[in-house]
Design a protein around this ligand. Structure first.
Ligand code: ZN
Length: 203
């Protein structure tokens, strides 16, 4: 058990020279650096490194820089428009879908999610099955005529996830509102699309 845990979440001391070997595999590792322990998550579409346990004293290791590097290409306007059209079609009802990224072709597609059941508190959607080489990067849903914001339910849904969350609101209006965030296993930060459709986080 101990061994399995250490294999799944290795801890690495970063050399003082700063020559830190890039992760050889996808997954999570912890890096002991000058300022404390950072968590690094590497997925096909993103690498994210964040200091999560600052040290009270400088440690004898190299500096580990915080980073968010998106490895997927820009999201085509057409894919975004398909989601907006879907959300407008169904408003005032809520809809859900996903933007799937194919690492082989660096291509994107929009997939609608099918409603499985409607309970008083929550809508339940069928899980999507990504094809070979595909990754569910953006989890999208709409709020019908209500504003775009992340509700307590959204927070609960996103708690342990590793994805981008996108919510659209005010779909009865000319200009719908939107909110986007990057969720990385407990850490959440705002995200946005630049003019070219590239995923970004504010500097
Ligand atoms: Zn929501």
């Amino acid at each position: 058990m101990d061994e399995a845990l250490l294999r799944a979440f290795p801890l690495l001391a970063v050399p003082a020279s700063g020559a830190q070997a890039p992760a050889a595999e996808y997954g999570t590792r912890y890096l002991a650096g000058r300022h404390g322990v950072s968590r690094e998550i590497t997925l096909p579409w993103v690498r994210i490194c964040r200091l999560i346990a600052p040290s009270a004293l400088p440690l004898p290791y190299g500096v580990v820089a915080d980073a968010v590097e998106f490895r997927c290409g820009p999201i085509p306007l057409d894919v975004i428009q398909q989601f907006v059209a879907h959300a407008k079609e169904e408003q005032p009802l809520e809809v859900a879908g996903a933007f799937l990224w194919n690492e082989r072709h660096d291509s994107w597609r929009y997939a609608r999610r099918t409603l499985r059941s409607v309970s008083a508190a929550h809508l339940q959607y069928q899980e999507l099955r990504p094809a070979d080489g595909e990754h569910l990067v953006v989890d999208a849903h709409s709020h019908g005529r209500h504003a775009a914001f992340f509700s307590a339910q959204d927070d609960a849904d996103d708690a342990g996830a590793m994805k981008i969350s996108l919510v659209l609101g005010n779909l009865d209006q000319q200009r719908p509102t939107s909110k986007m965030r990057l969720c990385m296993a407990g850490l959440v930060q705002p995200a946005f699309l630049d003019r070219d459709g590239k995923l970004r986080v504010p500097a």
